[in-house]
Design a protein around this ligand. Sequence first.
Ligand SMILES: [Zn+2]
Length: 317
Amino acid sequence: MYRRIFLVLSLILLSISCRSSDGSDYLSVATTIANDSQVELGESVVRQPTVEALEIPSEVYAGDSFKVVVSSDGGLLGSIKIFGKSTPLLLVDTNLLSSVVAVPIEQPSGPVVMELSVTGINWRVKKIISMDILERSVNVDRIYRTQGMIRIATDGTSFAQETNLRQQQTKTYSTHQYRSKFMQIPVVGEVSTFFGDMRAYENDPPSNPHSGVDFAASKGTIVSASADGYVIYSATMPVRGTSVVIDHGSGIFSGYHHLSKVYSAVGTWINAGDYLGEVGSTGFSTGPHLHWEVLVYGTPTDPVQWLESGLSLTDRH
Ligand SMILES: [Zn+2]
């Protein structure tokens, strides 16, 4: 139990720096302490920060998401640096920080290094953790484009505008935390294309990996929200067509695309299962289907993985 100390007299600047035997972890503490007649002799006035990785997988498939759970006495915030970007590590409970990280589908298999950083009052601890990325097996679908799709692909602007728009959609994040136990399937329909599958158009070689999961369904089939969140986009995109994008918190977004109708306005809070719109074939599409995406801090990840429990920030498993 931490005992409060009343401090009055002198000022001591204490700085501790040490390095672990393998040189991979380091710990630095800088604390300013004022002294006082009420300080009890023999009582330690410096609490050593503790940072322990409770949950980090040793291997993950490219395109999958993984959860990081860190126990830290006094840690208030942190970050995870991996795959060339920094992801916030959020305080989700007393002494518990958590985050979900997506492995980009393009990430080559092999070892990668993650830098974990946790900050408390006047201290910061960094740890280097290594993990293995495994290669994902994917299918190649050959697609014969409609005249409308060829127009979108060759107009010279649609795909560039789409990229821009997608960056805008996931550029800012709400501060609420993702706490859904799992996501719900947003539509009733058979999966026609899985995440990561490659597309080959006409006689061309396979190109970009599929950024979501496609459900074949009739035009007008109801589409519902996979989890609670704010609607941050409800309009037409050049390639994904009429779309709704939801911000679920903690950098997690879901997208519902090629819709024929949308019901939800931007800024609306919706609950899991609430109706968002109807299946259609708008944008770059061969026929009526729902293209469902899940993005983690802007990185598309396999939505199917989110149907099982385990990625909630507060849920330990
Ligand atoms: Zn699709």
